[in-house]
Design a protein around this ligand. Structure first.
Ligand code: 3HC
Ligand code: NAI
Length: 713
């Protein structure tokens, strides 16, 4: 390894008596950028040459030790010094090097620590190798050093899951040599260094350790278990394979193999998708319209309606420390709502997500139930979750306008209705917003924050704040029929129905989408949600349906027979009593044959690839329209909506990222080809045409928005 790098000062070198303290500072998380790697090499060289320094301590400045490699650099060709070489250089040092960890040591950060001869953590520190979540494996010795230090079982637990562990657990596993009582990492490192110098403790290099042997079956079992959970994502399985390599070869050969596996994944679509998702997560709340604006006070909320959604929203709020006043129409409905909340909260206690004391406090202090709207006079925010009927909602908002205090945020959980129309019945439309939760609301991660024409910026911030308190992923959406998610869903469901009527079966479509990585296919989802819901919507929309729209009757015919899906044990699938997974209902195929006969459709047998192409083209096209109209601010907002609310596989990055990978030109040409059959449905989004014409991608649009840190250089 070359050691001619001159320190740029991002890693400082300072003598404290006979101990050299090297401080890595690259705010905000000390990512191991090129400059940091160069500096580490220079500092280690300086330490070797420094006659005064008897030991060195590596620490991180700010709130963490080191959070890993700089993910943004992964898009560019790797530049020397490579991290594995930097770490080998630390390990090869002839004098003791100690990692003193506070906050987190993640990924390359933990790998740096594993290259040190000793590791000490302060209380509250966490260590982990989360690379798997980025579609890669640890690529700087993590898969080779960790099993040698902590054993294969521990490595198999930590690396494929990517879940960090706390300081005490890390000490128990042998990853940390000590958990210090010192207040900061520098002090902890200095104390540890003193004892190493004074005791002449021999250097301990992970690469030279030999882990106790394990049966090869351990790896086979781990691979099978991990593959099942990963559902198409490659990196968890490769993590297991890389750890297995450590059990089979020398350290040097293992490192070479790890590098090969790492580089292959780093150049994969799955890594690009997961890195996109990582940065998109962080960009969601960065909106120019709310920059620098503080949220309104948020300690207590009101929930109107204690049905499926209201009870779930109340549960989620209570579990996260908010006081909730729930309003229902009568005492009986209140009783039902309370029972649902009790069941939800009880379930959380059983799963260890909540303590029995917290449960008790919720029912003793935090939850109030009432039929009187006046009980809402002091709450900071209200979420309305009554029937999906605009007149009922308007009446509720008129009442809220009368009773709520000035400045209270008035939110509707409507799925489709016009938030502007709801806001207009109040004298304070600036305080009205849509907060669209997903069912079950105390579990599902997504929250669409629906901004109406007059919504005030601090109300938007408060919507995001509620999401944060309730541990949701909040996405900004604009007002339209179905906002971001349900609007796109309606379109790809319509495409699926056309695929089915034109010759495929619902079961084939479901199978294709399962293989793609969705947890369920669209027809299994429809059975779960209840087929009667879509039926009611279709009847409601019948008078305004465009005559050019192809209308399919098979789903209506199923409903006419009383097949509403799981709740009636029959829908697209037949469900044995109590079973959540069904077997295909053959009668559905007869209904489809009838419809084809009536419409004189010659059934065409689409391949799996053709089914996927149509389904995804419909999703991407509608998503592009949603961005074009400003309903979603950026493509990344669509991606995260589909990932967190609709089961889109994260390792594919969402529909827009997927479209970029496939190529927008191909998607557009598919749409144009399908338009030959149905020009009304397959109208290409202008945005898609524009992007293709200018040779740009959805990722370019994300970057142009300036709020996506992945795009920052
Ligand atoms: N590289 C580049 N930027 C990073 C980064 C990284 N490894 N980790 C975090 N950031 C950026 C974020 O994008 C964010 O940027 P922004 O302010 O512009 O949006 C900023 O740092 C702060 O991050 P968070 O908002 O996530 O801050 P938190 O305090 O909530 O969380 C954290 C801190 C726990 C360290 C979290 O950022 C995290 O989990 N980071 C990623 C850790 C990781 O995956 N490490 C492995 C990297 S791959 C690797 O090391 C490969 C190696 O094996 C060769
Ligand atoms: P639901 O029918 O289960 O519950 C509605 C509740 O509101 C009932 O308990 C009813 O008694 C109560 N209610 C009706 N009028 C009231 C009034 N004036 N004052 C007080 N309480 C009143 O309906 P659900 O499914 O909970 O839906 C509620 C809202 O949430 C709807 O707008 C729906 O579109 C939306 N939504 C539903 C989702 C779902 O998956 N069910 C998902 C996301 C949003």
């Amino acid at each position: 390894m070359s050691s001619s790098f001159k320190s740029s000062g991002q890693v400082s070198y300072e003598l404290r008596g006979d101990v050299a303290v090297m401080t890595v500072s690259n705010a905000p998380v000390n990512a191991l950028s090129l400059a940091i790697r160069q500096d580490l090499v220079a500092c280690i060289k300086q330490f070797e040459e420094d006659d005064v320094a008897k030991a060195a301590v590596i620490v991180g400045a700010g709130k963490v030790f080191i959070a890993g490699a700089d993910i943004r650099e992964f898009k560019r060709p790797a530049t020397e010094p490579h991290l594995p070489d930097v770490i080998d250089g630390i390990e090869a040092c002839s004098k003791p090097v100690i990692a003193a960890i506070h906050g987190v040591a993640l990924g390359g950060g933990l790998e740096v620590a594993l290259g040190c001869h000793f590791r000490v953590g302060v209380k509250g520190a966490k260590v982990g190798l989360p690379e798997v979540h980025l579609g890669i494996i640890p690529g700087a010795g993590g898969t080779q050093r960790l099993p040698r230090l902590a054993g294969y079982e521990k490595a198999l637990e930590m690396i494929p899951s990517g879940v960090p562990i706390g300081a005490d657990a890390a000490k128990a596993a042998g990853i940390l040599d000590d958990v210090s009582d010192e207040a900061d990492a520098v002090a902890a490192g200095l104390v540890f260094a003193r004892s190493v110098i004074d005791n002449g403790t021999p250097l301990r290099r992970c690469s030279e350790l030999v882990a106790p042997a394990v049966d090869a079956q351990v790896f086979a079992d781990a691979k099978a278990a991990v593959a099942k959970r990963a559902r198409g994502q490659k990196s968890p399985v490769v993590c297991v394979e890389a750890i297995e390599v450590a059990s089979q070869t020398s350290f040097a050969d293992g490192m070479a193999k790890e590098r090969e596996m790492f580089m292959e994944l780093k150049n994969s679509a799955q890594h690009r998708a997961l890195a996109h998702a990582f940065f998109a997560d962080r960009a969601l709340g960065k909106l120019p319209e709310i920059e620098g604006i503080a949220p309104r006070a948020l300690k207590s909320i009101g929930v109107i309606g204690g049905g499926t959604m209201g009870a779930g929203i109340a549960t989620g709020a209570l579990m996260n420390g908010l006081a909730v006043t729930l309003i229902e129409r009568d005492d009986e409905a209140l009783g039902r709502a309370k029972a649902t909340i009790a069941k939800n909260v009880g379930g959380a206690v059983k799963k260890g997500k909540l303590s029995a004391e917290q449960e008790q406090r919720i029912f003793a202090e935090a939850l109030s139930l009432s039929t009187d709207y006046a009980s809402l006079s002091e709450v900071d925010l209200v979420v309305e979750a009554v029937f999906e009927d605009i007149d009922v909602k308007k009446q509720v908002f008129e009442k809220l306008d009368e009773v709520c205090k000035e400045g209270a945020v008035l939110a509707t959980n409507t799925s489709y209705l016009d938030v502007n129309a709801i806001a207009a019945v109040t004298k304070r439309p600036q305080d009205v917003i849509g907060l669209h939760f997903f069912s079950p609301a105390h579990i599902m991660k997504l929250l669409e924050v629906v901004v109406a024409d007059k919504t005030a910026p601090d109300v938007i911030v408060t919507g995001f704040q509620l999401g944060k308190i309730m541990r949701k992923v909040a996405v900004r959406a604009g007002v339209c029929d179905g906002f971001i998610g349900n609007r796109i869903l309606a379109t790809y469901r319509a495409a699926a129905d056309a695929i089915v009527v034109d010759g495929s079966t619902p079961f084939e479509v479901d199978e294709v989408m399962l293989e793609f990585g969705f947890p369920m296919g669209p027809y299994a989802v429809a059975d779960l949600a209840g087929l009667d819901i879509g039926w009611a919507t279709r009847k409601r929309k019948a008078p305004t349906r465009d005559p050019r729209e192809r209308y399919f009757t098979f789903a209506d015919r199923m409903c006419e027979q009383g097949w509403f899906g799981q709740k009636t044990s029959k829908g697209y699938y037949v469900y044995e009593e109590g079973a959540r997974k069904g077997t295909p209902n053959p009668a559905v195929l007869d209904i489809l044959t009838e419809e084809r006969k009536e419409k004189q459709i010659n059934a065409q047998n689409l391949s799996k690839e053709q089914i996927l192409d149509r389904y995804m083209a419909a999703m991407v096209n509608e998503a592009a329209k949603v961005v074009e109209e400003g309903i979603a601010l950026r493509p990344l907002d669509v991606d995260m909506t589909l990932i967190y609310g609709y089961g889109f596989p994260r390792w594919r990055g969402g529909p827009m990222q997927y479209a970029d990978e496939i190529g927008l030109e191909k998607i557009l040409s598919n749409i144009k080809a399908y338009a030959q059959e149905d020009a009304y449905f397959w109208q290409p989004a202008k945005l898609l045409e524009e992007l293709v014409a200018s040779g740009r991608t959805f990722a370019d649009l994300n970057a142009e928005s300036g709020n996506n840190s992945a795009a920052k250089k």
